[in-house]
Design a binder for this molecule. Structure first.
Ligand SMILES: Cc1cc2nc3c(=O)[nH]c(=O)nc-3n(C[C@H](O)[C@H](O)[C@H](O)COP(=O)(O)OP(=O)(O)OC[C@H]3O[C@@H](n4cnc5c(N)ncnc54)[C@H](O)[C@@H]3O)c2cc1C
Length: 454
């Protein structure tokens, strides 16, 4: 019987264990998880009628792999979409919330009329949008042969103001990172392909616009945590070792020896789904070059959720983003959770989620829950006005949870793949390599399991 070690029980590791358990193959696995629970950054707290996401609150609908998994787990009836009829995202500008024009796909407007009517952009930025549509040949010619930063890509198309006002906050909201170093090919691949084909991104968006587009986000009524719970129910209990950190990985003849505080164990295959920092350290002894390629910046996130039993008025929409470089302790984003998804609050309640990242997120890792809560409330009230007392408050810190895909990331990962293939019977899973979103992580874990069994 083949023995498989899975290191790390986040969504990547749990999906791998589930795929092995449901493969029908003669296989035995051990899922090593350092902490006392499975799911990693995926965690749903259900308290007093609130469904509170401590990490991801859904996934992008256009990537099918998370929804396919939900359906396979019998959770098809739980799948819900974001309330896109009222979808609006605000940007904090001069202390006030200004709505992004309707129909924007990230920083690319579908309708220039809505941009012209918006107070978010100056006349100079509005002109830049109009001109982009006519610069097809120039934009195609100016595209560099190699990768470039997100900042450089957005600047070439729309200029500095659009980058600072919407480009940077949108990307920081997902990657918590610096647009000057993020790789456009790794984090905005579809836009690079649009530029290659059409030059102008606005033209490309118009050509590709489809009638009756689907809601942007999908989730589960009882929270994303239900995906983990559904998979865990199908994994043999004897496979799971909580509170067991892997401290060494050593190649043996045909397989691997996995070291923990309890000693070493032999396996035929390793699926390494620990965070990329940990994975790199574990592989340093086997391949120094691979470990070097796995060294990357990562940003930390701190999430504070407030559940209110009484209602109060909020601007309609999903929430707001704060452009980087704001005041010292600034939030990065906040979500109006009960407006984004149904079924998140008890009757008449409200749920707000504040998100700190970048330097502020890193600094708050060491602050007490009380200090973080006071700061989050102060920041929200400054923007939204006075808030009632919260019935439920949840604080989560996710240190170095969002790896930064810096310029050249795809090339480095191709090189890493080559080295890892050379090591034999080990696969790298998780958010350091081929995407940070849940659908990508689920797809990758399942395909690694197919390969390792094949
Ligand atoms: C605040 C926030 C919001 C997000 N929102 C979204 C969203 O809405 N949609 C979306 O698609 N994505 C979102 N993401 C991204 C997504 O949640 C993550 O990329 C994903 O959950 C990472 O899963 P993972 O399995 O790669 O890693 P992790 O969840 O980090 O799991 C790794 C596991 O390895 C364990 N571990 C560490 N060291 C060891 C060791 N030595 N031995 C054994 N185990 C070890 C850890 O304890 C952990 O459980 C968000 C991320 C954050 C931080």
């Amino acid at each position: 019987m083949k023995r498989v070690a899975i290191v790390g029980g986040g969504i990547a590791g749990v999906t791998a264990a589930y795929a092995l358990a449901s493969s029908g193959e003669p296989v035995e696995a051990v899922l090593f998880e350092a902490s006392g629970r499975l799911g990693g950054i995926v965690e749903t707290v259900r308290e007093r009628g609130f469904v509170i996401e401590c990490g991801p609150d859904g996934w992008v609908t256009e990537k099918p792999w998370a929804q396919e998994l939900a359906e396979e787990l019998g959770l098809g009836g739980e799948v819900i979409s974001s309330n896109d009829a009222t979808r609006k995202t605000y940007i904090l500008k001069n202390g006030a919330l200004v709505a992004m024009p309707d129909g924007m796909r990230m920083m690319v407007p579908g309708d220039l009329g809505t941009v012209d009517a918006s107070s978010l952009f100056s006349d100079t930025a509005k002109r830049a949008f109009h001109e982009e549509l006519t610069r097809t040949a120039e934009l195609m010619a100016s595209a560099p042969e190699n990768d470039e930063s997100v900042a450089s890509f957005v600047r070439r198309h729309f200029g500095d103001e659009v980058l600072d006002t919407v480009g940077a906050p949108l990307l920081s909201g997902v990657f918590g990172g610096d647009v000057e170093t993020l790789s456009v090919r790794a984090v905005m691949g579809p836009f690079v392909a649009m530029e290659r084909q059409y030059g102008s991104l606005i033209r490309a968006t118009r050509v590709r616009a489809t009638a009756g587009t689907r809601p942007v986000f999908t989730t589960l009524r009882s929270g994303v945590g239900a995906l983990v719970e559904g998979m865990v129910a199908a994994i043999p209990c004897s496979w799971v070792r909580l509170g067991t950190a892997v401290s060494s990985l050593t190649r043996t003849g045909d397989g691997w020896s996995v070291g923990t505080a309890a000693g070493d164990e032999e396996f035929d295959v390793v699926l390494l789904a620990a965070p990329v920092d940990v994975a790199g350290a574990l592989l340093r002894g086997s391949d120094e070059q691979a470990a070097e390629l796995m060294r990357m910046e990562a940003s930390s996130a701190v999430v504070v959720a407030f559940g209110f039993l009484e209602s109060f008025v909020l601007p309609g929409g999903f929430g707001f983003l704060v452009p980087p470089g704001g005041a010292g302790d600034s939030l990065l984003a906040a979500t109006f959770v009960d407006q984004k998804f149904d079924g998140r609050v008890p009757e008449g309640g409200r749920l707000l989620r504040a998100f700190f990242g970048g330097a502020v997120g890193a600094r708050l890792l060491g602050a007490s829950d009380e200090a973080v809560t006071v700061l989050a409330r102060e920041q929200l009230e400054r923007i939204l006005g006075p808030l009632p007392g919260a019935a439920v408050t949840v604080v989560r810190r996710w240190p170095r949870s969002l790896p930064q895909y810096a310029v050249g990331h795809l090339e480095r990962m191709a090189e890493l793949d080559e080295l890892v293939r050379g090591m034999g019977r080990i696969w790298l899973l998780g958010n350091g390599y081929r995407g940070v979103g849940l659908p990508d992580l689920i797809r990758d874990a399942r395909s690694a399991v197919r390969e390792c069994l094949g």
